[in-house]
Design a protein around this ligand. Structure first.
Ligand code: ADP
Length: 403
């Protein structure tokens, strides 16, 4: 464990490398330590995160190049300096460990996020930072690994990703516009003809009240139907912050299947839905998961454009899976995927459709990643492809514990 060795040595040479201060190691020991340390240093350099290794006094014993870039310092300018040079807690409270308090660090064992810190670059500019600490004890020494995350950058990225997701959602809904207009027209036409019938009944003498009551009931039902369609559309095109709540995945999927109902009819496709009765809830964002389902269903419809109408069928199943996961499968009988496409289709801008954007699956995958789940595709044995979404069920989502 090179980091612990580094922490034990309290002096550093001009190049910022830790210098052995005691223990009088043999040449072999020293060689092993130096190569171990180099290996460790190289591993840190490969990680796409700013990382600081602190000794028990909160002094930087090692920093990776990403951390140097983030803060604008040279390596030598940081080694041996207190971590407060770079980050300050905005609010110290009883839960915030002090860098220079090894006992608190030790108690903070494992994973401890500090999400409201002020970080300062060498040029004096500041940014909000989140620091995830992993404190552990090795060979009697307290060593701390600190991952520094630039919150401004992360949130900007997240916001851009959400904007893009919203845009593609709206554009996907655009594809459904004509069938949705048709679906909305049906209850409106029914309402109109019922009202006209009621007007005729009103002129009769005596007025048939029972008949009139039935007509009014029909009008109410049709009105509900129309507002349901509107509710579903609004739910999908809504723009808002991520809203992670316990969800009944069955209702999320049912809503999307209802939304594509008319489109499926126009395309001569049957959609079946098979939901396991013992489905546990998942934690997630309703709108985003609907976006994924919408995308998978419309892709399945597209894949069957050239298939004879009798064979156009999509089966959606939802069932509990191993290790507290919930599995959604969207199975079509379309043209399937060639081996080279199985991975490529998840890359941004990959499309085989003349009007395609090639963003649906890449955005869907990032949404499912964000939910700590997995999205992948497989070819069916007979024909077509199946897209799988595995999501951690409510109880299994680690988000509860860490946030
Ligand atoms: P787009 O639909 O705009 O092309 P996507 O990212 O949703 O973008 O899909 C990328 C590509 O993946 C599609 O163009 C198609 O080639 C392939 N694909 C997606 N779903 C299926 C499916 N169910 N069967 C076969 N190919 C599919």
């Amino acid at each position: 464990m090179a980091s612990a060795r580094i922490a034990r040595r309290k002096t550093y040479d001009g190049a910022g490398r830790a210098v052995l201060a005691h223990d009088s190691p043999t040449d072999a020991d020293e060689h092993e330590q130096v190569s171990g340390e180099r290996y460790f240093r190289e591993a840190l350099a490969l990680l796409p995160l700013a990382i600081l290794i602190l000794d028990e006094r909160g002094v930087m014993a090692m920093v990776n190049p990403q951390a140097q870039r983030l803060f604008g310092y040279e390596h030598e300018e940081l080694i041996g300096k207190p971590v407060e040079l770079l980050v300050h807690a905005l609010h110290f409270d009883s839960h915030t460990p002090r860098w220079d308090d090894p006992v608190a660090m030790q108690q903070a064992r494992g994973f401890l996020p500090l999400d409201d810190l002020r970080a300062r670059r060498k040029d004096g500019t500041e940014f909000r930072a989140e620091v995830d600490l992993s404190a552990f004890r090795f060979d009697g020494e307290h060593v701390t690994l600190a991952f520094v995350i630039d919150k401004t950058e992360r949130y900007e990225l997240l916001r851009q990703r959400q904007d893009l997701a919203h845009l593609t959602r709206v554009s996907t809904m655009g594809q459904l516009a004509s069938s949705l207009a048709h679906e909305l027209n049906q209850p409106l036409t029914a309402i109109l003809s019922n009202v006209q019938a009621a007007q005729r009944f009103m002129t009769a003498d005596p007025i048939d009240l029972a008949e009139l009551r039935d007509i009014l009931n029909d009008i109410v039902q049709d009105d509900y139907r129309a507002s349901e369609v509107i509710r579903r559309i609004r739910a999908v095109v809504k723009k808002g912050d991520l809203d992670v709540i316990p969800l009944d995945l069955a209702s999320v999927v049912r809503d999307v299947v209802a939304l594509v109902h008319s489109d499926a009819i126009v395309r001569g496709t049957r959609v079946t839905l098979d939901i396991d009765a013992a489905l546990p809830p998942v934690r997630g964002d309703r709108v985003q998961l609907q976006q994924v389902m919408l995308n998978l269903l419309l892709n399945a419809f597209d894949a069957m454009n050239e298939v004879p109408p009798v064979d156009r069928m999509v089966c959606v199943t939802l069932k509990p899976a191993d290790r507290g996961m919930v599995l959604i499968a969207v199975r079509d009988r379309g043209h399937g995927l060639t081996a080279d496409k199985l991975d490529k289709i998840f890359k941004p801008f990959f499309t085989s459709k003349p009007q395609g954007l090639g963003l649906g699956l890449s955005i869907s995958r990032s949404i499912i990643d964000m939910h700590r789940g997995r999205l992948w595709a497989e070819n069916n044995n007979d024909r077509g492809a199946t897209f799988y979404v595995a999501l951690p069920s409510g109880d299994a989502t680690p988000e509860d514990k860490s946030r």
